[in-house]
Write a protein that binds this ligand. Sequence first.
Ligand SMILES: [Zn+2]
Length: 211
Amino acid sequence: PAGKALARLPEIVRWGEDTFGPYPFSSTGVIVAGEGDAGYALETQYRPVFPGAPGTGLLVHELAHQWFGDSVTPESWRDMWLNEGFATYAEWLWEEEHGGDSAQETFDALYDHGEDEYEDLWSFPPAEPPGAAHISDEPVYSRGAMVLHKIRQTVGDKAFRDLVRGWTAKHRHGNADTEDFTSYVERTAPDEDFTPVWRDWLYGEGKPEHP
Ligand SMILES: [Zn+2]
């Protein structure tokens, strides 16, 4: 029924604080708009707007944008994957921690079938959308989330959590671009080699050869 997911809002915000760090604003909530509004969900600061009562996944996604997109904001549209990749990965993490597919399973399914998505997942790399018209395309969202999953695989679960919380703290209420992010990740885990992650997943053309 409509509003069932909305009842979980406080739980989702608490989960977000555990996962991403302190909630970045003084209030939260949602606005469920009526007919005649935009017709899509939007991560407006403090209270995301939904065209109708959202499901849990969409609610998690839009609330995650309070950290990724509203607090840490992208330097330019080219850095949009920092918003959408994180908000999409938030959905994966929520699923994993609430009895659904693990992020690894979500990743594997996308790797196996990404070319069959309604927008080909491999059509461009997340950090290099071919133009402003493409910043809301699937590679920015799902493949952006895949980049984050590759980082998690590289550093491990605990370090990944610390890394994400450190990122939202470092750029709280500020701008950041893709290079800020990659150099931050490298400084956080100086013993790891992220070259394949950046080369194949973040900037690479086409489907990476190995999952
Ligand atoms: Zn989004």
